[in-house]
Ligand binder design. Structure first.
Ligand SMILES: NC(=O)c1ccc[n+]([C@@H]2O[C@H](COP(=O)([O-])OP(=O)(O)OC[C@H]3O[C@@H](n4cnc5c(N)ncnc54)[C@H](O)[C@@H]3O)[C@@H](O)[C@H]2O)c1
Length: 378
């Protein structure tokens, strides 16, 4: 019997359904059969997810974009909007994004502005998109090299997660997504960190070949994806527009990670690799400030090492220390002029701001942050 789990959320009053299923969802399910009737729809995918979109929605008008972050541009949005017009979508039409975070963000942005807002369903096909990008309503595209410089809040009416679509995902993308899954598990409770830690082998080597083992591992993967996806949606429900502190916790590892991505050159590291390194730095910062118990930091860094993430400082690809420190200071999550950091604590994590935290303020704080990035603070 196939497992299907459905949960309904509400983001700032906007309903959003998440469906997680073992087998490929039926085209009619994705199109919302039985709930709403869409007279026209458009499926958006990229070159690497075209076959998945065509298998799920054989009769769909398809808009096939180039793959990767380079395609996350206004030009791609315009292509989607023009394809929607050509497919005859009115305000009652449906956009279906089938792909990784790039396709999901682009399709969601296009849906949010098309005729002042059309229906949106997303079928995430990377691990990262299943546990993060397709959920929670942030949409957007990059402008003049600035990531997600333009965007809207526009939750998908339905998100259809099917781990079967990961079968051909390149190992680098598994590793990138697994770092986000681990991040969520650090924030979660009731042993989620241990459960997520136990599936790292699948995330990095793929599923075992033999049928009985494969089935069991696939079920464990599906359970962890569901736990991470529902955790994120629960957090977003409480703080849909990141006005409070709750949603900001999802940025664990991102302050150091984004700065590393900038210093190493955008695209050099995968997002997950940078986040994993950032989580290790957040652990060290937490220990230095007396907030993270040493055994907790060791457990987190040990899992990251086990699955092949670079956790040492300075990162071998950090070419320019000055660029790193400038990027850290400019991190877009900062508030009141000072960066904020998410620090793992005994259970879950804590958001701290540089200006309000003793030991992190002023020159002393700058020296500590630099020392943690360069491994010369002790
Ligand atoms: N909206 C949000 O809340 C949010 C959160 C996190 C990340 N993001 C965004 O997500 C993007 C990163 O997402 P990503 O890591 O999924 O990258 P991606 O969408 O670029 O996908 C990575 C690569 O995998 C390919 N691919 C996708 N699915 C595949 C499959 N099933 N089999 C084989 N190849 C497949 C893609 O074509 C691409 O080449 C970034 O732009 C980031 O800003 C958004």
């Amino acid at each position: 019997m196939q497992i299907t789990i459905t949960k309904n959320f509400s983001f700032g009053g906007l309903p959003s359904k998440v469906v997680i299923s073992e087998g490929l969802p039926e085209g009619m399910d994705i199109l919302g059969a039985g709930e709403r009737d869409f007279p026209a729809f458009l499926a958006v995918c990229d070159r690497n997810t075209e076959s998945i979109a065509a298998a799920m929605l054989p009769d769909a008008a398809l808009c096939v974009l180039d793959a990767g972050e380079e395609a996350k541009t206004w030009a791609s949005v315009e292509r989607v909007l023009c394809a929607a017009r050509a497919a005859g979508l009115g305000r009652d039409g449906l956009f279906v994004g089938v792909g990784g975070g790039v396709v999901c963000d682009l399709t969601a942005f296009a849906a949010s502005v098309y005729m002042r807002g059309a229906a949106l369903h997303l079928v995430p096909t990377t691990l990262l998109a299943m546990v993060d990008a397709a959920l929670g309503g942030k949409t957007g595209f990059d402008l003049e090299g600035v990531k997600n410089a333009v965007g809207t809040f526009y939750p998908a009416d339905g998100v259809f997660i099917c781990p079967d679509t990961l079968d051909r995902l390149p190992l680098r993308e598994w590793k990138s997504g697994y770092a986000e899954l681990l991040k969520t598990s650090i924030l979660g409770e009731n042993g989620f960190f241990a459960r997520a830690g136990a599936i790292g082998d699948i995330a990095l080597d793929g599923l075992p070949e033999s049928a009985p083992q494969r089935g069991a591992r696939r079920t464990a993967l599906l359970a962890c994806i569901a736990e991470a996806a529902f955790f994120k949606c629960g957090v977003v429900e409480e703080d849909p527009r990141e006005r409070g502190e709750r949603r900001a916790l999802l940025n664990l590892g991102h302050t150091f990670g984004h700065a590393l991505e900038s210093a190493a050159g955008l695209g050099t590291l995968s997002h997950g690799e940078a986040v994993a390194w950032g989580i290790a730095r957040a652990c060290e910062l937490g220990c230095a400030l007396g907030l993270t118990p040493a055994p907790r930091a060791e457990a987190i860094i040990s899992i990251l090492n086990t699955y092949g993430y670079e956790t040492r400082a300075p990162h071998p690809l950090m070419r320019d220390e000055g660029a790193f420190m400038r990027a850290l200071a400019a991190d877009k999550k900062r508030k009141g002029g000072a960066p904020r950091f998410v620090i793992p604590v005994e259970k879950g994590a804590l958001l701290i701001s540089q200006e309000k935290t003793p030991g992190l303020r002023g020159g002393e704080g700058e020296a500590l942050l630099r020392g943690i990035a360069m491994n010369d603070y002790r």
